[in-house]
Write a protein that binds this ligand. Structure first.
Ligand code: XMP
Length: 521
C-alpha cells in the first residue's frame, strides 16, 4: 500500500471475476492502481491512501438484497472522481439517492451504446463514437431505474437506458457495461478518458519501477541475508536478478527440485544462475520427499497444499543452512496477490490455491521480499529485459509452482511423470521447430488418467492417452486455445506416439479460459 511516488487510483473490488482487468488496462495507460476488496476499505483506508480517483468494480451480488456490499459513504465526499462499473454503477446510484431494480432486465453479451441527446465527443467520450455507436459487453441482472440527483444520462443502449451516466461537476461516472474486457473494444479509451479527467499523467513506467524497486529492496533488507526461492520460471528469475542487483551477495538462491520439473530443467536453471550471473545457488534435490508425499493423492487441491507445505519445510531447512537469512524473496505477481486477498476477505470464489502466496512468513519466521507484487506477467518480462536477462529466459512459457503434478490429473506416479516429461519435450520441440513458440503463451502436455487400446505394428497396445494444451493469452487471466494447423497436430501426434513409449493416443484441448483454466488442475 505504500507507493507515494506515484499518482494512484483505488479500485474497490465487489468480487467481479474481471476486476483485475481494470488494473491491467490502467497499467497499459501507465497509471498505478491498487485493488482492495470492498470490505477492507474503511473511511480510514481512504484517508490514508488518498487516491486520486476511485473505480468501483462489478460484482455478483444485487444491491437490492439486504446486506449486499457498499462503497464507504465517505468516498463520495472526498472530492475525487469516481467511476462505477456494473455493480459499481448500481451501488453508486443507490448510495447517492437513485434506485435499482432487480431481476427483470438480465442482459449478457454484446450490446451497442449511443451517446444520449446533447452529449458529444469530448470529456468522457473523447475519441469514442466515431461510427455513431460503440460495441460494449454487458453482464448484469439488475439495472438502474432512477438516477441519483445530479446525474444525467450520457449514453444509452436499447436495453440499458442508463448505460453511461455522469455528474460532470463532481466527476462521478457510472457505466452498466464492462469497459475493462476485450469484448468492449474501445473500453480502454473510456478508462483513459476517465483517468485523464482525473488528472493522471501516466507516471508508471518500467525504468522508474526498476530504480524504485532496487531502492526499496535495499531499504527493506539493510545488511541482512535473503534467500530466494527459484523455480526457473520468469518470475522468480527476474526477482532474483533484481534483488541481486540491489544487494549482491547478501542473496542466496535456493532451487528446489521437487521431482515435478520438465526434462532438463534443473540443469538449465542451475547453469544459468551459477554461470551467467554468479549468484550463489543451492540446488536442493528433494524429489524423493515430494514424490513420496504425493503417493496416492489425486485431489488437485490436496496436491497443491501438500506441495505448498513441503516447500515451506524445505525452505526452512535451507534458510537455516544459509546462516541467519532474515528474508525470503519470492516472485509473487499481482494476480496472485489479488486472488489471495479475495480468498481471505473478498467475495470472489476460490478456483485454485496458488502455492506461492500466503502463510509463509509466520511459519518460517522470515519476512517476505516480493518485488514483483505489483506487476502482471508481461510487465515482469519487460522488467527482465530492462535488467538484461537473456531473451531465451524471458520468453519462456510460464511454469506453475506445483509443476507437473497439476498436469497429471489423478494419481501421480513416477512412471507417468517420466512419460509426461518425454511427451512434453517432443511437443515443445515441435512447437519450436515450427517457429510457433513465441506466438503461444503457454504449451504443455497433460497425461490423462486413462489407458486406451491401440494398434502398433501388428500388436495391441494399452497405453496412456495425453492431451496437448496450447493457449494464447495476455496475462493468464483469460485464454484462447491456439489454432494449430491439422498438419501440425497430426505430425505432433505421430511423433509423440512413435517417440514416447507409454502413450498411444493424443488429443488436443480446445477449451478457452473461461470456462476452462489453463492448467488441468
Ligand atoms: P490457470 O490454470 O489458473 O493458470 O488458468 C493461470 C496461470 O497460472 C499458472 N499457475 C500457477 N503458477 N503457482 C504458480 O506460480 C501455481 O500454483 C499455479 N497454478 C497455475 C498457470 O501455469 C498459468 O500460467
Amino acid at each position: 500500500m505504500t507507493q507515494p511516488e506515484h499518482q494512484r487510483l483505488l479500485i474497490i473490488d465487489f468480487g467481479s471475476q474481471v476486476t483485475q482487468l481494470i488494473a491491467r488496462r490502467l497499467r497499459e495507460l501507465n497509471v498505478f492502481s491498487e485493488i482492495l476488496p470492498f470490505n477492507k476499505v474503511t473511511d480510514e483506508t481512504l484517508r490514508e491512501m488518498a487516491p486520486q480517483a476511485v473505480i468501483l468494480s462489478g460484482g455478483p451480488a444485487s444491491v437490492t438484497e439486504t446486506g449486499s456490499p457498499r462503497a464507504p459513504q465517505a468516498l463520495f465526499d472526498m472530492g475525487v472522481p469516481v467511476l462505477g462499473i456494473c455493480y459499481g454503477q448500481q451501488t453508486m446510484m443507490e448510495q447517492l439517492g437513485g434506485k435499482v431494480e432487480s431481476g427483470h432486465h438480465r442482459e449478457f453479451g454484446r450490446a451497442y451504446v449511443e451517446p444520449a441527446e446533447g452529449h458529444g465527443k469530448d470529456g468522457i467520450f473523447s475519441g469514442l463514437f466515431d461510427s455513431g455507436r460503440e460495441e460494449v459487453w454487458m453482464s448484469h441482472g439488475d439495472r438502474v431505474t432512477r438516477l441519483a440527483p445530479g446525474f444525467a444520462v450520457i449514453g444509452t443502449s436499447p436495453n440499458a437506458p442508463y448505460a453511461i451516466v455522469g455528474d460532470a461537476e463532481r466527476q462521478f461516472y457510472a457505466v452498466q457495461f464492462h469497459p475493462e474486457v476485450h469484448h468492449t473494444p474501445n473500453g480502454k479509451r473510456l478508462l483513459e478518458n476517465f483517468v485523464r479527467l482525473a488528472g493522471f499523467t501516466g507516471d508508471w513506467t518500467m525504468g522508474a519501477y526498476r530504480d524504485e524497486a532496487i531502492r526499496k529492496i535495499r531499504e527493506q533488507v539493510g545488511d541482512e541475508k535473503v534467500i530466494c526461492g527459484l523455480s526457473g520460471g520468469v518470475d522468480s528469475s527476474v526477482a532474483a536478478v533484481l534483488i541481486h542487483e540491489a544487494i549482491g551477495d547478501q542473496l542466496t538462491c535456493v532451487f528446489v527440485d521437487h521431482g515435478l520439473l520438465r526434462q532438463g530443467e534443473a540443469e538449465e536453471v542451475v547453469s544459468m544462475f551459477r554461470d551467467t550471473y554468479n549468484i550463489p545457488l543451492i540446488h536442493a534435490d528433494e524429489s524423493e520427499l515430494f514424490l513420496s508425499a504425493l503417493e496416492g493423492v489425486s485431489d488437485p487441491e490436496v496436491k497443491r497444499k501438500t506441495i505448498g507445505k513441503l516447500f515451506i519445510d524445505v525452505f526452512q531447512k535451507h534458510a537455516a543452512a544459509v546462516g541467519g537469512a532474515k528474508f525470503l524473496a519470492q516472485g509473487t505477481l499481482y494476480p496472485d496477490v489479488i486472488e489471495s486477498v479475495s480468498f481471505a476477505g473478498g467475495p470472489s470464489v476460490t478456483i485454485k490455491s496458488h502455492h506461492n502466496v500466503g502463510g509463509l512468513p509466520e511459519k518460517m519466521g522470515l519476512k517476505l521480499v516480493e518485488p514483483l507484487r505489483e506487476l502482471f506477467k508481461d510487465e515482469v518480462r519487460a522488467l527482465g529485459r530492462e535488467l538484461g536477462l537473456p531473451e531465451k529466459f524471458i520468453g519462456r512459457h510460464p511454469f506453475p509452482g506445483p509443476g507437473l503434478a497439476i498436469r497429471c490429473p489423478g494419481e501421480i506416479t513416477r512412471e507417468k511423470l517420466e512419460i509426461l516429461r518425454r511427451a512434453d519435450a517432443v511437443y515443445i520441440d515441435q512447437i519450436r521447430r515450427h517457429g510457433l513458440y513465441d506466438e503461444i503463451w503457454q504449451a504443455f502436455v497433460a497425461i490423462l488418467p486413462v489407458r486406451t487400446v491401440g494398434v502398433m505394428g501388428d500388436g495391441r497396445t494399452y497405453d496412456f492417452a495425453c492431451a496437448l494444451r496450447a493457449v494464447t493469452s495476455v496475462d493468464g487471466m483469460t485464454a484462447d486455445y491456439y489454432p494449430f494447423s491439422h498438419a501440425f497436430l497430426g505430425e505432433t501426434a505421430t511423433r509423440i506416439i512413435n517417440e514416447v513409449k507409454g502413450i498411444n493416443r493424443v488429443t488436443y484441448d480446445i477449451t478457452s479460459k473461461p470456462p476452462g483454466t489453463i492448467e488441468w488442475e
